[in-house]
Design a protein around this ligand. Sequence first.
Ligand code: TYD
Length: 209
Amino acid sequence: MTRGRLIVLEGIDGSGTTTQTERLVEHLRQQGRTAIATREPSAGPIGRLVREVLLGQHRMSRGASIDGRTMALLFAADRVDHLQREVEPLLAAGAVVVSDRYLMSSMAYQAEEADREWVALLARGVRPPDLTILLDIPVEVAAQRRLLAGRAEERYDADSYLGRVADNYRRLALADPSAVILDGSAARDQVTAAIVAAVQARLASPATP
Ligand code: TYD
């Protein structure tokens, strides 16, 4: 059995990672591959807790939000749990796993609310993805999309915060030889085509051991 691949879509909220994850999986299935969509925060117990926190539940008695260090630990714990519970068994069975967010999210988002070096330390030893695709998009365009989608307000939605996250993403992707940066503000079909091309190229080369 050949080992599967882990493909990750990343970008600020409203960049289209969720839609494009579904589209990519659909495309891969049409090609006869075993492809599975997943996401972080995961559907597991820690991921569920993280989603509640993102929606503003579990605040402190005086209304203070949860410390950024707690968020970094929660996302890191969810990732290890997600890998063990869902991703690793699928990869071992030879599937192409497409994750809506993964390691780069923590490095881009939590680096703004906790010490960057420490966040990097939490990522150490975690299985790297075979390919990370960053959907780069202006913060204002992403905000407009979230508005149109009627998405509930979440912890990281402020444009000022997402502007810094977007800068982090670009810096991280430029420094990562296994990452590709695409224009997420292009038409939906155009973005899908660019993602498919990047994934085909990666699938044609050897898997990460
Ligand atoms: P999102 O991916 O938009 O999911 P949903 O559509 O279900 O709201 O929300 C996840 C949020 O969590 C998003 O703001 C990014 C953030 N996040 C981090 O800050 N660090 C991480 O490691 C991950 C995986 C997500």
